[in-house]
Design a protein around this ligand. Structure first.
Ligand SMILES: *Cc1c(COP(=O)(O)O)cnc(C)c1O
Length: 392
């Protein structure tokens, strides 16, 4: 019997080593990592610059309290704010905590304006984390079930539907912010219309709401821009990120600009570990690597190429409902539940993921070779061609 709480069910694969876009199990079998620790290791495994930064910092200073100046934290903050076009940042240890900071920020923004019971608009099928506030914001009744009472202060609209948010605006006079993923990840790799974020920006301006984007999965180059909102002209007031920021080090960030950047004062928020020297120095190596060359452009190109290959190779396959994505965040929606493909992929030496029940999701590294890309694409195509839905 395992001494681990059973939150992940039975785990049958043991990975012990990684290098570049490959990982190895305890029997020495290698896999192409098509999921990157769920959008974490964009730079691949054992990335030299990240490993060097971690060792350097571990040799110098692992941790001091946020009661003191932390030069690696300041340095990362400067670079991340520049990449995000934001003014200020609060560092956390995870995505959910970054969203907690954003939710607290929105509530304080509302309370400071004198709004009673400030309320945040969130979306159907959203995923924002597993803490109580972020679980409440998440649009998944199954994930919420058993954890009632959820928090007050949220109202919900369908994703990719501006008119539905207008209806909420008319019904609820205490809305202070909208929190949305630019591309829904766990919800099934859902890419909204190109004008969704600009229209949301316009709506938020008109109502003096904070536009808050959850870029925990989409940020740090994943969609082919540093942040997904940079595909449009719409700048949010608040953006959260985590996953890819540390390439495996636990770190999250809540960034803000303008009036939103001035909401928190001393004592309003904090974290013992958030912004610690180790995580920040490692993440700085990630940001440097992402912004220092053309890697993010290559993510856009590689993503286009993979999307097109899937469309070509799966054309006319009647099990396929839709093929979509942005950058290296790709989803192939099938007409029936297809969780079993995860195990079948392993036999081919591929790590893939299925989300929202029927959508094969790929979140590969940014550094796959042409050969690795072909192996991943051809393997997934083969799996889908051979897939026989069991009708239950
Ligand atoms: C993963 C994820 C989170 C939660 O991040 P954790 O680090 O697991 O707390 C929140 N929002 C989105 C969009 C995510 O993909």
């Amino acid at each position: 019997m395992s001494t681990l709480m059973n939150t992940y069910g039975a785990r049958t694969l043991t990975l012990v080593k990684g290098a570049g876009s490959r990982v190895w199990d305890d029997a020495g079998k290698s896999y192409i990592d098509g999921i990157s620790g769920i959008a974490v290791c964009g730079l691949g495994h054992s990335h030299a610059a990240v490993t060097r930064a971690i060792s350097e910092q571990a040799d110098k200073l692992l941790h001091v309290s946020n009661l003191y100046n932390i030069p690696p934290q300041q340095s990362l903050a400067d670079k991340l704010c520049r990449a995000a076009q934001m003014d200020k940042v609060f560092f956390s240890n995870s995505g959910a905590e970054a969203n907690e900071a954003a939710i607290k920020l929105a509530r304080k923004y509302g309370n400071d304006k004198g709004v009673e019971n400030p309320t945040i608009v969130v979306m159907n099928s959203a995923f924002h984390g597993r803490t109580m506030a972020t679980l409440t914001a998440t649009g998944n009744a199954k994930a919420q079930q058993g954890f009632e009472p959820l928090l007050p202060g949220f109202v919900r609209a369908p994703f990719n539907d501006i008119a539905a948010i207008e209806v909420l605006a008319a019904e609820h006079k205490n809305i202070v912010a909208v929190l949305v993923e630019p591309v829904q990840g766990e919800g099934g790799v859902r890419v909204p219309h190109a004008d969704y974020l600009p229209k949301l920006r316009e709506l938020c301006d008109r109502h003096e709401w904070l536009m808050m984007l959850d870029e925990i999965q989409t940020g740090n180059g994943r969609t082919g821009k540093y942040f997904a909102y940079q595909h449009s002209q719409a700048l949010p007031d608040v953006v959260t990120t985590a996953k890819g920021l540390g390439n495996g080090l636990p770190i999250g960030a809540c960034l803000a600009r303008g009036k939103a950047a001035e909401v928190f004062g001393p004592g309003n928020h904090g974290s013992t570990f958030g912004g610690n020297p180790l995580a920040c120095h490692g993440a700085e190596a990630v940001v440097d690597t992402l912004t220092g060359g053309d890697l993010i452009e290559r993510v856009a190109q590689r993503g286009e190429q993979m999307l097109q290959s899937f469309k070509d190779k799966l054309a006319g396959n009647d099990k396929v409902v839709d093929i979509r994505g942005q950058g290296l965040m790709l989803g192939i929606e099938l007409e029936s539940p297809c969780l079993e493909l995860v195990a079948k992929a392993r036999e081919l030496g591929l790590l893939i993921n299925v989300t929202a029940g029927n959508t094969v999701r790929l979140l590969p590294t940014f550094i796959m070779t042409d050969e690795e890309t072909d192996e991943l694409v051809n393997g997934v195509v083969q799996l889908i061609e051979q897939f026989e839905p069991n009708d239950e």
